[in-house]
Ligand binder design. Structure first.
Ligand SMILES: [Zn+2]
Length: 232
């Protein structure tokens, strides 16, 4: 591990430890009333602190305005994996609590590690002049962190659907309600192609996505593809 990666990890770690909001959310996440929006908030804060750390270090690492690939790879592959590890651990904890509460005797599924997103971020970072893309790159890092939680909901709902239950996903608007999010907000029957719609997030989207499992097997709500939803 190079010195710069070590410094970045240390600095990120310090930020996480000094972040009072994170300490508070962690308590909620580890509590018996934990729900998905708690993990989402956690993923947002952790990703934001990682982005803050990149912002401090990256401008000094550029060569002719660009981030060299070897440095980008070393830093991103390691820190984005750590981000995934922290967030997916929290997601597994919450899903375990939710399953137990619902009386569902299944283990929580750890969300898949999205290597394509990591590669996408590396590519975006090295192929563009850094200062031109700094803001959107940093927001994409936060979006990446949030995605692990959305993936956890998706993977667990898929697992429950295959076990014969009918998962219901609730997406709620937070902050400035843009058209993109308004279309996706509401109560939906889970279906396996939802990642292309209900789980999509634009940069800086803080909408909450909630999945509370139950043993319900009857379809009460209509499929989003048919253009109907139960309520906004
Ligand atoms: Zn949104």
């Amino acid at each position: 591990m190079t010195e710069v990666l070590e410094s970045i990890q240390q600095s990120w770690n310090d930020k996480l430890n000094n972040n009072k909001k994170i300490a508070k959310i962690l308590k909620a996440v580890q509590g018996e009333n934990a729900v998905y929006p708690d993990v989402e908030e956690l993923s947002y804060e952790i990703g934001q602190e990682l982005a803050n750390t990149y912002k401090e270090y990256f401008p000094q690492l550029l060569k002719d305005g660009y981030m060299p690939e070897d440095i980008a790879r070393e830093i991103l592959e390691s820190t984005l994996k750590s981000d995934y590890d922290i967030v997916s651990d929290a997601a597994v904890d919450v899903q375990t609590v939710l399953n137990t509460k619902a009386g569902i005797g299944l283990n929580a599924v750890r969300p898949e590690y999205d290597i394509d997103r990591v590669e996408g971020l590396i590519k975006y970072l090295i192929e563009n002049e850094y200062l031109n893309i700094e803001l959107s790159f940093l927001e994409s890092v936060v979006n990446y962190s949030q995605h692990t939680v959305d993936q956890s909901i998706s993977d667990n709902a898929e697992f429950h659907k295959n076990a014969g239950f009918q998962p219901i996903i609730v997406r709620k608007l937070v902050g400035g309600a843009c058209e993109f999010c308004k279309q996706r907000a509401g109560t939906w029957d889970y279906s396996d192609d939802m990642s292309n719609f209900v789980f999509e997030r634009h940069l800086n989207c803080k909408c909450t996505i909630q999945y509370i499992p139950s043993k319900q097997k009857i379809v009460l709500i209509r499929n989003y593809k048919k253009g109907k939803k139960k309520k906004q």
